[in-house]
Design a protein around this ligand. Structure first.
Ligand SMILES: Nc1ncnc2c1ncn2[C@@H]1O[C@H](COP(=O)(O)OP(=O)(O)O)[C@@H](O)[C@H]1O
Ligand SMILES: Cc1ncsc1CCOP(=O)(O)O
Ligand SMILES: [Mg+2]
Length: 248
């Protein structure tokens, strides 16, 4: 884990949350059409600044103005493929960090092929659920994030496992997509991508636990998650973090 002990990593994550709040990174999202609002609201709640437009004519300009890019393949059509290809190339050319969520690539071979092509551009972070994750190959310099009951953030032989979270998170459509966008906000800090991705997921997992304290089910969990992303403090991370790591 880049030479850090577990407690040093937790302190890093707490401080990274504070830096996101203070620097207000711009995150451009090429997001599926199902969960645009949740993702934009979740980014705003942690004090990042979202933009969501996906027209091919404008995508390069938006990527240029952004600090990081979040790409999601959930509702792929031909125009969106064009925008994503342009956005990802611009990101790689400009050296902007970017995150790929290959949503539902396990349902469609052509989507999986497209995801695999995109992963060759720049140095992305892959954020995927279990089924999607195992379908794709990531090179050793790409950070691979596999979410689920525990989130595993791997780079080469090094991995950080985040045990924080709540099962209600999986009952709200779009939380996986939002977790990818939150990773992009932390990547925008320009720090070690492995630590940034793990810090983002630790903050997201702790926020999910805070939200669950105020929820009666998925319907009330969704707004509670936005409230928790707004309210979560570095201290919450220091007090609640449950992580383990493997230096490989
Ligand atoms: N059983 C679970 N317990 C706690 N958190 C979970 C569980 N399953 C998924 N999550 C969380 O829900 C979010 C979405 O993850 P996941 O369901 O893996 O992705 P997707 O929504 O893309 O299918 C992540 O923040 C993950 O940590
Ligand atoms: C249901 C659905 N269909 C296409 S995109 C999408 C949202 C997926 O969101 P998540 O994987 O984050 O729950
Ligand atoms: Mg998903």
């Amino acid at each position: 884990m880049s030479g850090l002990t577990s407690s040093e990593f937790v302190r890093h994550a707490a401080a990274a949350l504070e830096r996101v709040r203070n620097t207000r990174p711009r995150v451009h999202c090429l997001m599926n059409t199902v969960v645009q609002k949740l993702v934009a609201d979740g980014l705003s709640a942690i004090d990042a600044i979202p933009s969501m437009t996906s027209s091919p004519e404008e995508v390069e300009a938006f990527v240029e103005k952004a600090d990081a890019l979040s790409v999601n393949l959930g509702t792929l059509d031909s125009q969106r493929r064009t925008s994503i290809t342009l956005g990802v190339s611009a990101s790689a050319r400009l050296g902007r960090p970017w995150v790929l969520d290959p949503a539902h690539c396990d349902y469609s071979a052509s989507r999986a092929t497209f995801a695999q092509q995109l992963l060759r551009e720049g140095t992305p972070i892959l954020r995927a659920n279990e089924a999607e994750f195992w379908l794709l190959q990531v090179s050793d310099d790409v950070v691979g994030v596999r979410t689920g009951k525990h989130d595993v953030v791997r780079k080469g032989a090094q991995s950080i496992t985040i045990e924080n979270g709540h099962p209600l998170t999986a009952k709200v459509t779009g939380t996986g997509c939002l977790s990818g966008a939150v990773i992009a906000a932390f990547l925008a800090l320009g720090e070690d991508p492995h630590l940034s991705a793990a810090s983002a997921l630790l903050a997201f997992g702790v926020a999910s636990e805070l939200a669950a304290d105020h929820a009666r089910g998925p319907g009330s969990f969704e707004p509670a998650l936005l409230d928790a992303l707004h309210a979560i403090s570095p201290d919450d991370i220091l007090k609640r973090a449950r992580i383990s790591h493997d230096q490989g």
